[in-house]
Design a protein around this ligand. Structure first.
Ligand SMILES: Nc1ncnc2c1ncn2[C@@H]1O[C@H](COP(=O)(O)OP(=O)(O)OP(=O)(O)O)[C@@H](O)[C@H]1O
Ligand SMILES: [Mg+2]
Length: 321
C-alpha cells in the first residue's frame, strides 16, 4: 500500500527499538542515575512542580495528576537506565475543561517538566487551532500542518479546540488530512514531540469516539474543573498583586458580588473572566484619577481599586428581573 511518509525533516528520526536500547545503555552520560533522588537532582523537576503548586489556585486533581505523571516519567527514566525499557513512553495528553480553567497555563508547565526530564529537547510550546493546521484549498493542508509540526518539534504542540479538526458533516473536509498527518507523527516521532489536545470535555469525548486512532494515542486525560467563587476571588488577588494593585476598603465584597452574578451569565470563562473584569476595573480607576488633573497622586491612589471601579460594570446593571 505504501503509506506516505509524513516524518518531519530536521527532527529526530524514529529509531528502531534495538538502537534505542543502546542509547539508554548504562555507560551513556545521561543514563547514570539509579535513584529517584538522583533523577530529581539532575532534572530540577521538583522546582517546576512546587511552582505549579504555589502559583496556581485550586486545581487539586490536576496538580495531583501532574505529580503522578512526573513520578511515572522519573521511574521510566530509571527503567531506561537499566535497559528495562527501550521505548519512550507515549506522552500525548488531552486537557479538557471550560474556557479559562488554566489549560494553557498548565500545558506550559508540562512542557517544562517534559524538558527537564529529557523527554523533549527544547521544551517550548506551540499553541494552534484548526485554522493553523487546515488549508482552504486542496493541497494546502499537508504543508500547513507540516510547517506547524516542524516548529513544535522538540517541544509540545497544543491544539486548542482540537475537535474542530473533525467535521463529519462535510465529507471532503480537509481537517481529516491534518488528523492523519498528526496521527502518523504522534506515533513515529513521539520521542521528540508531545501533542496536547485541549477543549470542552463533551466535545472532546465525541471527537475521541469518532477518531479511535487519536484516542488510542492519548496516554493521559486531565480534566480541569470550574473554579469556585472563593478560588476566583483568590485568583483575582494574585493577579492584582502581580500588577501592583489591590482592592481598597469594601472592594473585596463588591468583587465577590460581581463574581456571583457573572458566573451565572453566558460566556463566563472562569479565570479569564476574572482577568478581563480586573482589566476593566483598571480602566475605570484610570478614568477616575485622570479627572483629577491637579491632585498629586500617591502610591496608594495609583494602586487601589475602589468599589466604584467595579460597580461601573454592566453585570450590576443587567441583573434586574
Ligand atoms: N489556577 C489558577 N491560578 C491563577 N491564575 C490562573 C489559574 N488558572 C488560570 N489562571 C489565569 O487565567 C488566565 C486564563 O488561563 P488559561 O489561558 O490557562 O486558561 P485556558 O483553560 O487555556 O482558557 P481557554 O480555554 O480560554 O484558552 C491566565 O491569565 C492564567 O494565568
Ligand atoms: Mg487556552
Amino acid at each position: 500500500m505504501g503509506a506516505p511518509d509524513y516524518s518531519i525533516p530536521g527532527s529526530v528520526a524514529p529509531r528502531p527499538a534495538s538502537e534505542a536500547v543502546s542509547d539508554a545503555a548504562p555507560q551513556s552520560v545521561a543514563g547514570a542515575a539509579r535513584t529517584v533522588a538522583a533523577v530529581l537532582a539532575e532534572s530540577q523537576v521538583e522546582a517546576v512542580l512546587d511552582e505549579l503548586e504555589r502559583d496556581l489556585v485550586g486545581l487539586a486533581p490536576v496538580k495531583q495528576r501532574i505529580r503522578d505523571i512526573a513520578a511515572l516519567l522519573v521511574i521510566d527514566k530509571l527503567r531506561m537506565n537499566l535497559g528495562l525499557q527501550a521505548e519512550t513512553p507515549s506522552l500525548h495528553m488531552s486537557f479538557t475543561g471550560n474556557p479559562g480553567t488554566g489549560k494553557t497555563t498548565v500545558a506550559l508547565r508540562m512542557a517544562e517538566i517534559l524538558h527537564r526530564l529529557g523527554y523533549v529537547r527544547k521544551g517550548h510550546l506551540v499553541a494552534v487551532t484548526r485554522d493553523d493546521l487546515v488549508g482552504q484549498y486542496i493541497g494546502h493542508t499537508a504543508p500547513k500542518t507540516r510547517e506547524v509540526l516542524k516548529k513544535a518539534m522538540g517541544g509540545v504542540l497544543f491544539i486548542d479546540e482540537a475537535y474542530y479538526l473533525y467535521r463529519p458533516e462535510n465529507e471532503r473536509d480537509y481537517g481529516q488530512e491534518a488528523i492523519e498527518i498528526l496521527l502518523q507523527v504522534m506515533e513515529n516521532q513521539r520521542d521528540d514531540l508531545v501533542v496536547i489536545l485541549a477543549g470542552y470535555k463533551d466535545r472532546m469525548d465525541t471527537f475521541f469516539k469518532s477518531n479511535p486512532g487519536m484516542s488510542s494515542r492519548i496516554a493521559h486525560h486531565l480534566d480541569f474543573p470550574n473554579y469556585s467563587v472563593d478560588e476566583l476571588q483568590q485568583i483575582a488577588q494574585r493577579m492584582l498583586a502581580q500588577r501592583h494593585y489591590h482592592f481598597g476598603a469594601g472592594a473585596d465584597a463588591v468583587f465577590r458580588d460581581y463574581l456571583e452574578r457573572r458566573i451565572r451569565q453566558p460566556h463566563f470563562a472562569n479565570a479569564r473572566s476574572v482577568r478581563n473584569a480586573l482589566d476593566r476595573a483598571r480602566l475605570r480607576q484610570a478614568s477616575r484619577l485622570f479627572a483629577e488633573r491637579e491632585r498629586e497622586l500617591s502610591q496608594d491612589d495609583l494602586t487601589t481599586l475602589l468599589p466604584a471601579d467595579l460597580l461601573g460594570s454592566r453585570v450590576f446593571a443587567d441583573t434586574q428581573p
